[in-house]
Design a protein around this ligand. Sequence first.
Ligand SMILES: [Zn+2]
Length: 433
Amino acid sequence: MLLRGATILTRWSNPDALAQADVRIQDGVIAEIGPNLTPLPGEPVTELGGGLLAPSFVCGHTHLYSALARGMPPASATPPNGFLEILDKVWWKLDRALDADSVRASARMGALDALRCGTTGLIDHHASPNFVDGSLDVVADNLRDIGVRGLLCYETSDRDGEAIRDAGLQENARFIRRGSDKWTAGMLGAHASFTLGDDSLDALGDLAQSLDAGLHIHVAEGTDDRQQTRQRYGADLLGRMADRGLLRPGTILAHCVDLTDSEIAQAAEAGCHFAHNPSSNLNNRVGFSPLWQRADAVVLGTDGIGADMYSEAKMAWFRGTEATGALSPGRVAQMLDASADLLYCNLGMKGGAIVPGFAADLQWLNYDSPTPLTADTIAGHLLFGMGSQFVQHVWSGGRQVLKSGEFCALDEAAERHEGRVQAKRLWAGRVVD
Ligand SMILES: [Zn+2]
């Protein structure tokens, strides 16, 4: 197909000069870009008539299972006091209640919300301790069905006992061996150091070695992780991961609020990526994470608070500039591009830019800027003007999934209805105390 007449933003962080051009898509990939391309015989043509055509976004750390948590009433008589109680009273009660139907609905609701914001890729961290085996297939199949790519893992943890921990390890290994089909791929997943005993970390280290896989894990999300790790296992937070070869290329360390400069440098040196989640850090009051000033390989995540990367980019900027006074808007755009690079690399393909040979994962914004929109000003527009409200069309793998704000191939009202049915069932299925 041929998309005609939009201004092309080649890449969020280092775009070419913004100019009007046409884009040809063939077999899900950008085939050609240029002014006034002539339609091939039988080629469908979409006249965009202006606006901005940009690479779609990837959320660098999320939890689709939280998609049905919006507005959820508490399951505990007393409100959570501190981060550990937020996990215990909110999220671990929710994930234990998940079954195949609610996992399916969570993935579908999360995917719909993502596409509406111009986000076509998610790096997800999944937990459903009473439905482990096959859970990643349910997430993968539903993402693909809706048109969202994913890098998936299962959250290995000791917190629900040995059998469920082992099931988590097996689910990761099974899904990684399934390989990439260009829509989803797997990596190892684990909750956080403080819920993983030495045996569990040993097993993860062995799998990382034998499967040549990175580990997606929460690290130093506040000060509890380090303290609890020392108290329970008498060991150093990063040291015990390094000892088992888990700080390695492909590993994603999420949050990293309570890491020192030298620890960040050590992990970066080992080839790790870092996921910055500013909204979640604020929401859980775990502190300000400065890692994105100190390391290059930083991706931007929502930690399950939707997948609106325009909103998350603003959060990164406002909180970051408040705390440091020394950031450039372009740094936030770099984090968005880094998220895309990490996903597409794991899928074994190119993406995240409007360049021939790259995945045709695109968003079109009806953004009629009141000020000049150029390669030099784009990051300022990203933080102070653009937003998901301007996203009108979205293409994923060359297929248009959102057209003028409406889903092309699914009944959104029916999907949302099913989401609400599953949400009610999920909420009611939690153990109350
Ligand atoms: Zn998380």
